[in-house]
Design a protein around this ligand. Structure first.
Ligand code: GLA
Length: 374
């Protein structure tokens, strides 16, 4: 079933890549409960690539690697479900998965049935090794149909990285979210690049088929598969806030069993999650300060008439942002003002003579849930 709000969860890839096993999955699921991530809204525990044996069984079915998953996938699913969480898995539309494991090409219906039997609730579907004979649109439609027929409600998470103009056709496939860009890595440049790549495709996201900006790197601090340089605390805060305001799914990518307090605080920020999970699921829009791509203000209208507004300084120098209430759809003549508190610091902001002004440090952001008051 299509959900009108972007999903939240945890995924193995960013930190663990092929180093996955049952113990890691079960302990991470436990951690989602113990650390309050579940209470904050995180729901899916997703096993990414590298879970299968390289060969299918005699009946042509995918087989979990017994060295990694000794009790099979149904066991993992049951454990996760008992915790009140949901279970996600991974496959690929091309001839192999990106890491060279068996894919679902030409076996879409059989694999969807297998996933349903195992109790899978979410399928991330990658795009590596696409055969030349079939176009990507058809491949994603096939899996969309197979999931619709498999007898279980499985959320379809397309991962074709925006290739082949994904935005033009993804809405026909039944996908609930679609990777709009290439893979994230744990650096400031990657965060900045992924945000800027959204500008032109925002009109294609939201409303039950969300632009997936890729898994979060918050709290990775340079460790794990996409670890690289790491980011500062302030950059991680900006990263998380941008994903929330832009309505991206939130799939945590760090090792949550060992996350520090600062990471936990960012990942459970209620104001930001409230914006990301807003029931109206509306698309955000961007206003660029001075027309500068490095100074986006991201705006999202919310169900109760509040306005989410984020000032993002992607540049290398300090920035003085300003925007009028009029620009945000609230004319001065209405006698209304805009007021709210910053999501991380609680600092208040109020429109003065119809103008909102905020100073923001480089690589930093300020995000408000503004109320319209008489
Ligand atoms: C692609 C995807 C990643 C991850 C890997 C797994 O690169 O974009 O998110 O799933 O494949 O091999």
């Amino acid at each position: 079933m299509i959900k009108n709000i972007p999903p939240m969860g945890w995924n193995t890839w960013n930190t663990f890549a092929e180093n996955i096993n049952e113990e890691l999955i079960l302990r991470s699921a436990d951690t989602m409960i113990a650390t309050g991530l579940k209470d904050a809204g995180y729901e899916y525990v997703v096993i990414d690539d590298c879970w299968a044996l390289k060969e299918r069984d005699g009946k042509g079915r995918l087989v979990p690697d017994p060295a990694k998953f000794p009790h099979g996938m149904k066991y993992v699913a049951d454990y996760i479900h008992k915790l009140g969480l949901k279970f996600g898995m991974y496959s690929c539309a091309g001839l192999m998965t990106c890491a060279g494991y068996p894919s679902s090409f030409d076996r879409e219906f059989l694999d969807a049935e297998t996933f349903a039997e195992w109790g899978v609730d979410f399928l991330k579907y990658d795009y590596c090794f696409k055969p030349a004979s079939v176009d990507g649109t058809t491949l994603y439609r096939r899996m969309g149909l197979a999931l619709a027929k498999c007898g279980r409600d499985i959320l379809f998470s397309a991962c074709s990285w925006g290739a082949d103009e994904t935005h033009r056709w993804i809405g026909t496939t039944g996908a609930n979210m679609w990777r709009s860009t290439g893979d994230i890595v744990d650096t400031w440049d990657s965060v900045k690049d992924l945000i800027k790549k959204q500008y032109d495709i925002l009109p294609y996201g939201g409303m039950g088929c969300f632009n997936d900006m890729d898994m979060l790197i918050v709290g990775m601090h340079g460790k794990g598969h996409v670890g690289l340089k790491g980011c500062t605390e302030e950059e991680y805060r900006l990263h998380f806030a941008a994903w929330c305001l832009l309505g991206s799914p939130l799939m945590i990518g760090c090792d949550i069993r060992n996350m520090d307090e600062a990471t936990q605080k960012i990942l459970t920020n209620q104001t930001l999650i409230g914006i990301q999970q807003d029931a109206r699921g509306l698309r955000p829009y961007i206003v660029k300060q001075w027309g500068n791509d490095d100074l986006p203000m991201i705006v999202r209208y919310l169900e109760n008439g509040d306005i989410a507004l984020g000032f993002f300084n992607l540049s290398e120098g300090p920035a003085g942002f300003w925007i009028t209430a009029d620009d945000l759809g609230v004319p001065t003549i209405s006698g209304r003002t805009l007021t709210g508190e910053e999501a991380y610091t609680g600092q208040s902001l109020c429109s003065k003579n119809g103008v909102l002004t905020v100073d923001v440090r480089p690589h930093s952001c300020a995000v408000y849930r503004l109320r319209i008051v008489k």
